[in-house]
Ligand binder design. Structure first.
Ligand SMILES: [Fe+2]
Length: 373
């Protein structure tokens, strides 16, 4: 039978011999000798997953994960007084965590690892196998084929904060136009594309009349109050005139869901803000009523762009995850002109409340302005 330390070891083979237990005597510090005195035998790892290892050695241990040939190697070395985790390339070792273990202290405080420097690695309870898809649908819409191809997810798989936001904005009454007073979408399009109108003037004001930055402007129309648990007001209607786009940006580690209320928006996801952000997958064009999401660990960096000829209107909803005690109220972004992370991050603001915006559009609208007879 297997001995206790190997019950959870998928790679252990049962020799049929009785289990043999050896215990370390903590008073005398005498115990079993280190298990490996010779060179260790390599263990093949196929695919992704968790490597669970239980060691009884009183000496240091060293783990090396490497491809069959060449580099890179991941090397974790632990002794009674030090720990180091590094990436070994052909010519240099790159430390992945700072060595913060102090002399005689056998523990590395997790919070020191997280905040000592810009974190380069993260730890999670479960292994990362495949990412969740970016598109969220109700359980009524998901099919076996969707699950097989992992092309959509249901809300239940999302982080808790995204689930709550999703429920608040998935209903059939969350629409742009809920009265017949006037054509709200047409009035918005006219306003943001016509010089002299309220929307166009506001966009110019946001880029300080810098025509090079004009295409990077969009309107943020806030809905409701700031509840103190999101970067800025949690519900924001964003207005994207044709050809306008956001820079590549993150979201202060907040969770978010985004629903298209009108038109289409192209969403491109990135692994980080850089240097040299890498696209995670092909950009997706989201159409009316489609909902996408982002969490503190997935899809945190993206860029939105309206590539259509019609204005797009989206509903952005934000909330910090329950475990987030930092509440970074700023979005970092890549400055389009320098291609570097901007020194001053974006503070989520409000260009107008929805109530005022509705009144401005109503006052500006006329059938003639919007191409009607
Ligand atoms: Fe965003």
């Amino acid at each position: 039978m297997l001995d206790a330390p190997h019950f959870c070891d998928l790679f252990s083979e049962d020799t049929g011999a009785p289990a043999h237990y050896e215990f370390l005597d903590s008073r005398t510090k005498k115990g079993p000798k280190p298990l490996m005195k010779k060179s260790p035998k390599p263990l093949m790892i196929n695919g992704k997953g968790t490597i669970a290892i239980k060691s009884r050695t009183t000496q240091g241990v060293k783990f090396t994960v490497k491809p069959e040939i060449g580099y890179p190697m991941l090397i974790l070395e632990i002794t009674q007084s030090t720990v180091s985790f590094s990436l070994r390339g052909e010519s240099e070792d790159i430390p992945l965590v700072p060595n913060v273990m102090s002399e005689g202290n056998p523990y590395v405080p997790a919070e020191e690892l997280d905040h000592a420097t810009e974190p380069q690695i993260q730890t999670h309870r479960l292994p990362v196998t495949v990412d969740l898809p970016p598109l969220v649908v109700t359980n009524e819409l998901v099919s076996l084929r969707d699950l097989d191809l992992a092309r959509v997810t249901t809300w239940a798989n999302l982080p808790e904060a995204c689930q709550k936001l999703y429920h608040n904005i998935v209903g059939k009454n969350i629409v742009l136009q809920d009265t017949s007073e006037f054509d709200f979408a047409a009035a918005i399009h006219h306003s943001v594309t016509t010089p002299g109108c309220w929307g166009y003037s506001k966009l110019l004001e946001k880029c300080h009349n810098d025509t090079n930055r004009f295409q990077y402007t969009y309107l943020r129309i806030t809905i409701g109050s700031n509840l103190g648990n999101s970067p800025g007001i949690p519900y924001v209607m964003e207005i994207w005139p044709p050809g306008h786009k956001s820079p590549i940006h993150d979201h202060g580690d907040a969770c978010a869901v985004i629903r298209v209320l009108y038109g289409k928006i192209q969403c491109t996801w990135y692994n980080s803000l850089g240097p040299d952000p890498i696209k995670l997958c092909n950009p997706a064009t989201l159409i009316k009523d489609q909902i996408t999401w982002l969490g503190n660990n997935q899809f945190q960096c993206h860029a939105l762009e309206n590539t259509e000829s019609e204005t797009c209107i989206t509903l952005q909803c934000y909330e910090f995850p329950r475990e987030d005690n930092v509440h970074a109220e700023k979005f970092r972004f890549i400055e389009a002109t320098t291609n570097k992370i901007a020194k001053e991050p974006f503070i989520p603001n409000s260009d107008c409340t929805l109530t005022d915006f509705y009144d401005y559009m109503k006052a500006e609208w006329s059938p003639k302005n919007n191409g009607e007879n």
